[in-house]
Every structure is written in C-alpha cells, then in structure tokens.
Design a protein around this ligand. Structure first.
Ligand SMILES: Cc1cc2nc3c(=O)[nH]c(=O)nc-3n(C[C@H](O)[C@H](O)[C@H](O)COP(=O)(O)O)c2cc1C
Length: 237
C-alpha cells in the first residue's frame, strides 16, 4: 500500500481557512492518507473581530508592510519526512498573513527545504500578489512549490470588500435586517465551497495514492463553488 504522508500547516484568524481545511481533510481521510494538521497559534491570540474601525485600519496598514506576528513553536512531528506539505492561511493586505510570515522566517528552511509545498489560500478575492510573494519565500527555503489552491469569498464586489471591513470592525454586516444584508448575506466562504474542498481532498488523496505527479493536478483559480457546480465533474474529475 502506497503510504504517502501529508503535513498541513495552517493559520486562520476568522475560521475561514479552518472551515475549508476541515472539508479538505475529510476528503483526504476518505483515501486513507496519513495527515498531520498543525494549526499555528500565537503567544497571545488576536481578538476576532477587532471591534473598531480604528483598530481595523491600523491592522490593514501594518499588514500591508508585512508585519510579523510571532507564532508558538510547532510540534516536532512537523520536522519529520512528509511527501507533501500544505501551507494554508488567509491573505492579509495582499501578502501572506503575519503568523505564516513569522513561521517562514523562523523555521522555513527546516520545514520546507527539499519538500513539495502546496500553498492553500483563503481570501476575499485578491490572491495573486500573496501567491507570488509566498512562492518566492518558499523557493528561497528550497521548496518545490505547486500551483496553489485558492478560495475567494463568493459574494460579488464591492459588497465583499465592505463586508470584510465591517466584519473586522465588529459590525456584523450579515446580521439583522439592514439593506446591506440583501447584498451581503454571509461573511466568508459558502457551504458549497467547503463541500468542493472535500472533493478536492479526495482528488488529491487519490492522485497521491496512484503515485501520479501532483504537478499535473491543477484546480480552477480561484475556486468559487457557485461556478464550479455547473460542471465540476469535468473540472475536478
Ligand atoms: C488584516 C486583513 C487584511 C486582509 N487583506 C486582504 C487582501 O488584501 N485581499 C483579500 O482578498 N482578502 C483580504 N483579507 C480577507 C481575508 O483574507 C479573508 O477574510 C479570509 O477568508 C480570512 O481567512 P481566515 O478566517 O482563515 O483568517 C484581509 C483580512 C484581514 C484580517
């Protein structure tokens, strides 16, 4: 039996990456892949939501300049031999999140040198600069970087940008009976995207089980399940 092992390293601030990964891991487990999921934690966790417009603006400016958010040490299992490392997290001001940047600064070479790394991005909609920046950091650590898996929020612009800002500022834009709710029914990813993620996990697990190259495995970018559901058997199958 082909016993390929997968390490998932992730950070999630408002649970969106975590929700998607729950789907992905469900799919991977269906193919009996061995998965170790390491969720990054901070010495003092960031409050979600931030709770004010001022705090949100400050965080956006700081993260635009790639502010690092130090993370607690990761477990020794992360430094074992893994066939695939999935590095997952949100986009923060067009870059990888501060905790992921800190992890790469501190442990990047030990974690990623010589490894196949699959970037996994949860974002409102703007992932390209994040991906190219991350790819270059990972390559400097000696990783082989695969085409990323990207999920963007399915709500159209400009509502998702305003919605994310209000959500961070603690305004719960999707709640109550305001007119805004008609255009912004939900913060973050849809249930359908989580279920697409399970299918992706299954496909990834099957590809590894068959011993096929992961470099051939390319998913649509970004994944908005509403589009995918039209012909997902062709695109994922
Ligand atoms: C400080 C901050 C900056 C953000 N900047 C961007 C951005 O530049 N582009 C984008 O598409 N989403 C941006 N987002 C939205 C998140 O990427 C998005 O909500 C993601 O789904 C959150 O995932 P998480 O809950 O796992 O942290 C930002 C969020 C935060 C908190």
């Amino acid at each position: 039996m082909n016993n390929k092992r997968i390490l998932i390293l992730s950070y999630s601030y408002s649970s969106q990456t975590r929700n998607l990964l729950n789907g992905l891991i469900e799919g991977l487990h269906e193919t009996e892949r061995e998965v170790h999921w390491e969720q990054l934690s901070l010495p003092s966790e960031l409050r979600f939501p931030l709770g004010s417009v001022a705090a949100t603006v400050i965080m956006m400016v700081q993260t635009f300049f790639r502010k690092r958010y130090p993370v607690n040490p990761v477990s020794s299992a992360c430094f074992e031999q893994w066939d695939l490392v999935i590095l997952a997290g949100p986009t923060w001001s067009y870059s990888p999140s501060g905790p992921v940047l800190s992890l790469i600064d501190r442990d990047g070479k030990q974690l990623f040198a010589g490894r196949m790394v699959l970037p996994f991005i949860s974002c409102r909609g703007y992932w390209r600069v994040h991906y190219f920046g991350l790819k270059s950091l990972l390559k400097r650590c000696g990783a082989r970087v695969l085409t990323p898996i990207v999920f963007s929020h399915p709500t159209p612009e400009p509502w998702r940008t305003i919605g994310v800002f209000l959500k961070l500022a603690g305004r719960a834009p999707e709640a109550g009976s305001s007119w805004f709710r008609r255009f912004y029914p939900k913060y973050g990813h849809s249930r359908q995207q989580i279920s697409e993620c399970r299918k992706l996990g299954l496909k990834l697990g099957q590809t590894m089980q068959a011993g096929d190259s992961l470099e051939q495995l390319v998913f649509p970018i970004p994944i908005q399940a509403e589009e995918l559901s039209k012909d997902d058997s062709r695109r994922l199958g």
